[in-house]
Design a protein. Sequence first.
Length: 75
Amino acid sequence: MTLADEEKLLLGNPILVISYKGDKFAFASEEKLVKFTQACSRYAKVKLPVKIPPENKPVLLYNLQKEENSITFLE
């Protein structure tokens, strides 16, 4: 859904999953799930990119200070 409409990837909710023609599709919201059910064939044709971008998780400075091989500087 989001990949076809907005050209970006979102992590789907594991509760909002539909099986369509042997493939499973997870959705970020109920609205996107409903929109998919109205035009399944359009969205099922979209292929995932070969390289999926890594998750954008913040790194806490406190956790870095625990590492033996790291030096943390604060300005």
